[in-house]
Ligand binder design. Structure first.
Ligand code: M6R
Length: 364
């Protein structure tokens, strides 16, 4: 069942090119998003003036990536809500709000109850779900299935990537239907999206190099993940992945926020995983990295630079393939997943069955 891999997690990391192709390709016709086979009509998106994404854990972090893309590229306001918080707050959504619930299992109780609450305020509900016929899929107004296939490892990897891809496709559809984007703009973006599976194949070739860095992490007590914009959203997923399977305390920070308090935690050798793939904020992130480096941090930098030799910037550089900024998340997350996996294995943990965690959280 593990196809020769020692754990499901690493098998599932390697399945991402296939999972992404299966999720993206059937929804693209003539390089435009097409949800006809999913029975999702354009009317779901017509007149939408804002979006609320509701989810938990990794699914919520995928929602965060989608939020950043949709808001920055199409100017549509997006709120991302933690399902267990949304349930007990006063909803500010109405008929013109599109509610997107994201869930791998489709059974997470907080997400399900949040969906039930949201349906009292809007009929526009769309579930991005992996497990066919699950409760959330059945109760949502519409469903866009991700085709990751069964995800066995507790730590979500391939499900995250396909959730981000689904959010991007929904964003493109919204951009078109609401007139915020032109067909040619979307076609250009989607032709890049269709290339993502082959880019990930390239990133997977870095596995050995990344696993060596994991050896450097195993004795760490704390680790920090930093970035700006899309890279910040990704930092949250990177930190969660490391925490749940390696039991190392990890925090994600918007790089510019560190100096407002957290930088005092940086001491000699503290690992900082910095992601700098967004051109518009690249130089700002690099100066934030220099700030932590000057305080002794051990910096692993993920960027699209071919090479970085300046050791005042980083100790190790992981170079990912050149791609437009919005798509680099698919590449960087694979680096973060591999790093977390090998750190867990290096500590002698079972990455597939981390302590205290269940694959599907059906308790409140
Ligand atoms: O099945 P769901 O996507 O609704 O699950 C949500 C979270 O419980 C899940 O993503 C969790 O955070 C993962 N273990 C993270 O790897």
């Amino acid at each position: 069942q593990k196809d020769g891999y020692p754990h499901y997690m690493i098998k599932e990391i390697h399945e991402q090119p296939r999972a992404l192709a299966d999720t993206i390709n059937p929804r693209v016709k003539d390089l435009l998003p097409n949800f006809e086979d999913d029975n999702i009509p354009d009317s779901l998106f017509e007149g939408v003036h804002d979006i609320t994404v509701i989810a938990c854990g990794t699914a919520m972090y995928a929602g965060n990536v989608g939020r950043t893309l949709i808001q920055n590229k199409f100017g549509i306001p997006v709120t991302v809500a933690i399902a267990s918080e949304f349930r007990y707050e006063r909803p500010t959504i109405d008929e013109n709000t599109l509610v997107i619930v994201v869930s791998q299992s489709g059974e997470t109780i907080d997400t399900l109850e949040a969906l039930r609450l949201a349906k009292k305020y809007t009929q526009r509900t769309l579930a991005i779900v992996n497990v066919k016929g699950s409760t959330i899929a059945r109760e949502s107004g519409h469903v866009l299935y991700t085709h990751a296939g069964p995800e066995i490892a507790v730590a979500s990897t391939k499900a995250y990537s396909v959730q981000v891809a689904a959010m991007y496709l929904v964003g493109c559809k919204l951009g078109l239907v609401t007139g915020k984007a032109s067909e040619s703009e979307i076609r250009e973006f989607i032709s890049g999206l269709k290339n993502v599976p082959s880019m990930i194949e390239e990133v997977l070739k870095l596995e050995e190099k990344i696993s060596v860095q994991a050896n450097r992490m195993v004795n760490a007590e704390d680790a920090f993940f930093i970035g700006r914009g899309l890279d910040y959203t990704l930092s949250m997923e990177g930190a969660l992945k490391l925490k749940e399977i390696s039991y190392i305390h990890a925090e994600a920070y918007a790089a510019g926020e560190l100096k407002h308090g957290t930088i005092s935690l940086i001491t000699e050798g503290t690992p900082v995983i910095a992601i700098a793939t967004q051109q518009s904020v690249y130089s700002k992130v690099v100066s934030n990295i220099r700030e932590v480096k000057a305080r002794g941090a051990y910096v692993i930098l993920i960027s699209k630079d071919k090479e970085i030799t300046d050791n005042t910037v980083c100790d190790v550089h992981v170079s990912i393939p050149e791609v437009i900024d919005e798509l680099s998340v698919f590449e960087s997350v694979v680096v973060l997943q591999i790093l977390a996996y090998y750190t867990s294995v290096g500590k002698g943990n079972d990455p597939d069955q981390p302590r205290n965690l269940a694959k599907s959280v059906t308790v409140e």
